[in-house]
Design a protein around this ligand. Structure first.
Ligand code: GLU
Length: 317
C-alpha cells in the first residue's frame, strides 16, 4: 500500500492555508487507496507550544480527515537524525559553519558571488583550516553542521524535481544545515530521514517548499534512502497576494466558528476553492474522494478577499 502524510509544526492553530494543504494531502492519499500518516514536526523547541498538538489534530478531525497509526513526533526521534549525521560524517560530507545569518546575506550579495542563486549558502566555512575553526570556537561562536555538497565552492548544484503538479523543476542544492548551532536537527535533514523511515512514497505539501526539494532528493541519495515523489500544492494568499498568516484575520477554525461557520462550512469553502463542489454545497471529506482528480486541481494560488477574513460576518452582509 502506498503511503502519504501531513507534517504540521505544532506552533499555533492551523490556518486556512495549512488546512487546505492538509485536505489535499489527505485526498491525494485516500483517492489512491493509500495510508495517510500524521507527523508533528516539533524539533524547534522555542516555537512549539504543547497545546497545539491536540488542537491541530482536533481541527483536522473536525474537517473529517483521518490518519493511520499513531501520530509521530520528531522530538522522539533524535537518535535517527544523529545516526544520519554520523553516516554523512563517515563520508566526510559534514563540516562546521560559524556564519551568522547576516554574514551569509552579506556574502551572498558580494560582487564576486555571481554563481550562487539567491539565498544559497556561498560556502564560506567550507575550507576553514583547523586553526581557523579553533579560533571561531574559542570566540564562542556556536557552530552549525553543514552538508558538503559535491560541487565546486561558490557553485550550486542543480537537481531536477519531477513534481506532479509543477512538472520538471530545476532546484539548486547548496550546503544545507544538518544541525543548527543550538543542537537542533534541521528540518531539511529530519524531513528526509522521517519520510524514508515512515515509508512515505508521495510528499504533498505547500509549494513554498518546492525550491527546497532538490536538497531533499540530494540528501536522500547521500543517505542511500529511497526518493519519494512530490506534489507541491498552491498556497493560500492574503488580499495583498502574500502567503496567508495568522495575523491576516479570521483564518483558524476557531476564528471561523466566531463568524458563525462550522467546520463543515469551512470544508465546503475549501472544497469549492479546489473546484470540488459548488459554493456552500454541503460535502464531507469522504464525498470529495471520488471527485478528486489531481490533474484537474487549480494550479494557481487561492487569494482571499478582505471580506473573507473579517472577524464577523455581520460587519459585511
Ligand atoms: N512542517 C512543515 C510545515 O508545517 C511541513 C514540511 C513538509 O510537509 O515537508 O510547513
Amino acid at each position: 500500500m502506498a503511503i502519504g502524510r501531513f507534517a504540521p509544526s505544532p506552533t499555533g492553530d492551523l490556518h486556512l492555508g495549512n488546512l487546505r494543504t492538509a485536505v489535499l494531502a489527505w485526498l491525494f492519499a485516500r483517492s489512491a487507496g493509500s495510508a495517510f500518516l500524521m507527523r508533528m514536526e516539533d524539533l524547534d523547541r522555542d516555537a512549539v507550544r504543547p497545546e497545539y498538538y491536540r488542537r491541530q489534530l482536533e481541527d483536522l478531525a473536525a474537517l473529517g480527515l483521518d490518519w493511520d497509526g499513531p501520530v509521530v513526533r520528531q522530538s522522539d526521534r533524535h537518535q535517527r537524525y544523529d545516526d544520519a549525521i554520523d553516516q554523512l560524517e563517515r563520508q566526510g560530507a559534514v563540516y562546521p559553519c560559524y556564519c551568522s545569518r547576516r554574514e551569509i546575506r552579506e556574502a551572498a550579495s558580494a560582487p564576486h558571488h555571481g554563481a550562487m542563486p539567491d539565498g544559497a549558502y556561498p560556502g564560506t566555512c567550507r575550507e576553514l583550516t583547523a586553526a581557523e575553526r579553533a579560533e571561531r570556537e574559542a570566540a564562542g561562536r556556536p557552530g552549525a553542521l553543514r552538508l558538503r555538497v559535491d560541487s565546486a565552492p561558490g557553485h550550486a548544484l542543480t537537481i531536477t524535481v519531477h513534481d506532479r503538479l509543477a512538472g520538471p523543476t530545476e532546484c539548486h542544492v547548496d550546503d544545507i544545515v544538518l544541525r543548527r548551532g543550538n543542537g537542533t536537527p534541521a528540518y531539511n535533514l529530519a524531513v528526509v530521514v522521517d519520510d524514508a523511515a515512515q515509508g512515505v512514497q508521495e510528499v504533498v505539501r505547500g509549494d513554498d517548499l518546492l525550491s527546497s526539494t532538490g536538497r531533499h532528493l540530494y540528501l536522500a541519495d547521500r543517505l542511500g534512502l529511497p526518493r519519494p515523489s512530490h506534489a507541491h500544492v498552491p498556497l493560500v494568499l492574503n488580499p495583498e497576494g502574500v502567503r496567508l498568516a495568522k495575523r491576516d484575520g479570521a483564518v483558524t477554525l476557531t476564528d471561523r466558528r466566531d463568524r458563525g461557520e462550522s467546520p463543515a462550512n469551512v470544508l465546503s469553502w475549501l472544497a469549492h476553492s479546489l473546484e470540488l463542489c459548488e459554493a456552500d454545497e454541503p460535502v464531507t471529506a469522504r464525498d470529495l474522494i471520488d471527485r478528486f482528480d489531481p490533474a484537474r486541481l487549480p494550479r494557481r494560488p487561492w487569494t482571499l478577499r478582505a471580506a473573507d477574513l473579517a472577524p464577523s460576518r455581520a460587519v459585511l452582509d
